[in-house]
Design a binder for this molecule. Structure first.
Ligand code: G3P
Length: 496
């Protein structure tokens, strides 16, 4: 009986279940979109029960359509939108409030207060992050402070906190296992990435009871088994978990220090593996845990862009300029340039390297001749400009010049964007055959834990290039385009 690894990729806009075979190839997949709630400007929420329901649906769909039985699953790997915060009742399993999504800004006042009291460097020193509403810690505090009765219940030890990995593992095991992995813990603003433990001083500054927190485990080990009652009568090992960006780094085979990838999903996240050393930076980048495996923790430097693919969704759902995301390529290529139009998609503030949480988006350079093609092209270009901002910061702070860039995520199917990215960076951009590197990374982590794959060396050989985009733009043009972007960013930040 052939065996498979089931990878569950719970992202910001959808939940997916993907089956991988021993060759690391996709056998089948199922996807369900997720409802986004925007109760106030800058707030983004999900319904955690709906997330769980969608995961159950995609698991059942993928098994049915591929005619694979649960007993053929050697293990399950989980990867997830990071930082998104759920608090639920440990007896009933009912969430006390909607999940606060990583993009959500409702804890920005909490961050400002802590910054005003001079705590930014303390958080930076211990967690590698900074005081921005992006991370889970201040979201937990916001729920405890703002949802009636919740603080009391938390102090009585009746509630549990988790990022989405934790929530799903708890649900899959029938409410038995409350854990997270190092990579997800490192995004909470509560975890000391050097001592590898929840930090009492930070917890007390944020007034968060420790009893809420999950146990932190490696990214590749058996955490528990699926509850037979809810999982088709089978106890399948849940054997790997990592935040989606770290999973993508693993799935891209970036195992060595100095290797980097950029994922163009809802947001855009660039991670550079720094091996067993956490590189401390003072400014725009984040120091984070890549994964914990075989008793060792690996670190990465990260540049986080909050809006990438979601800007294309905005063209589709907000402005209704396109009816599906892939049309954006065709419109962008109808014109030779965006003719001075810049879209700065700062819909939920700006991340690396600016960290401006209250900034709003802006469009510059409009003339009477501006068409929808210009707006679409400028929106796509904004993904590449933001990536360039991140890379410049990485090269400047880590002193590592980029030689090429491995890419993945939905938007890398857009050839216009990939070519423009290569032109703007003046380095080759490499797209692998398996673009689902996030899900693949989680599958690898789980498969290694259950002996489905022998070693990372075996996995490394499976990375195969699909297309390499080489730079083809004059220096003059590149410099002029980028300096226009910098002006647009400056003006956007000034307009607050
Ligand atoms: O940190 C947020 C990130 O994990 C979200 O990823 O794939 O939903 O854009 P994605």
């Amino acid at each position: 009986m052939e065996k498979y690894i089931l990878s569950l990729d719970q992202g910001t806009t959808s939940s997916r279940a993907i089956l991988f075979n021993h060759d690391g190839k996709i056998v089948n997949s199922s996807q369900e979109e997720l409802q986004q709630y925007f109760p106030q400007p800058g707030w983004v929420e999900h319904d955690a029960e709906e997330i769980w329901q969608s995961i159950q649906n995609v698991i059942s769909n993928v098994l049915t359509k591929s005619n694979i039985k649960p007993e053929q699953l050697a293990g399950i790997g989980i990867t997830n939108q990071r930082e998104t915060t759920v608090i639920w009742d440990k007896k009933t399993g009912v969430p006390v409030y909607r999940a606060l999504v990583w993009q959500s800004r409702q804890s920005s006042e909490i961050c400002e207060d802590l910054k005003d009291s001079g705590y930014n460097s303390l958080f930076r020193e211990k967690t590698g992050l900074l005081l921005d509403p992006y991370f889970s810690g201040t979201k937990v505090k916001w729920i405890l402070d703002n949802v009636p009765g919740v603080r009391e219940r938390a102090e009585n030890g009746d509630l549990l906190f988790g990022t989405i990995d934790t929530w799903l593992i708890w649900k899959l095991t029938g409410g038995v296992v409350h854990v997270t992995d190092y990579s997800n813990a490192s995004r909470t603003l509560l975890f000391n990435i050097y001592d590898l433990c929840w930090d009492d001083e930070l917890l007390s500054l944020l007034t968060i009871p420790k009893s809420l927190l999950p146990e932190v485990r490696s990214s590749s080990e058996v955490y528990g088994r699926t509850d037979k009652n809810t999982f088709f009568g089978h106890a399948v090992p849940i054997a790997g978990a990592a935040g989606d960006q770290q999973a993508a780094l693993f799935g891209q085979g970036c195992f060595e220090s100095g290797m980097a990838k950029n994922t163009y999903g809802t947001g855009c996240f660039m991670l550079l593996n720094t091996g067993d050393k956490a590189v401390k930076v003072k400014e725009g980048l984040l120091t984070t845990i890549a994964w914990g495996i075989n008793g060792k923790v690996h670190y990465a430097l990260e540049g986080s862009i909050f809006v990438a693919g979601s800007a294309v969704q905005w063209l589709r759902d907000g402005l209704k300029l396109i009816s599906e995301a892939k049309e954006s390529e065709m419109y962008a290529e109808k014109i030779d340039s965006s003719e001075g139009v810049y879209v700065v998609p700062a819909f939920v503030g700006l991340g690396t390297p600016y960290w401006e949480s209250n900034v709003k988006g802006a469009i510059f350079g409009l003339t009477r001749g501006t068409t929808k093609e210009h707006l679409i092209r400028a929106t796509l270009e904004s993904l590449a400009y933001q990536t360039k901002d991140v890379i410049k910061e990485m090269e400047h702070l880590a002193c590592i010049p980029l030689k090429s860039l491995r890419v993945d995520g939905g938007a890398v199917q857009n050839n216009f964007l990939m070519q423009f990215q290569s032109d703007l960076l003046d380095v080759p951009v490499e797209r692998p055959v398996i673009n689902e590197t996030t899900a693949l990374g989680a599958a690898y982590l789980a498969g290694l834990a259950v002996g489905f794959w022998e070693s990372q060396a075996e996995i490394e050989k499976k990375w195969v290039i699909d297309e390499r985009f080489s730079p083809n733009m004059s220096n003059e043009n590149r410099t002029e385009l980028y300096s226009g972007w910098k002006k647009a960013i400056k003006a956007t930040i000034a307009f607050q």
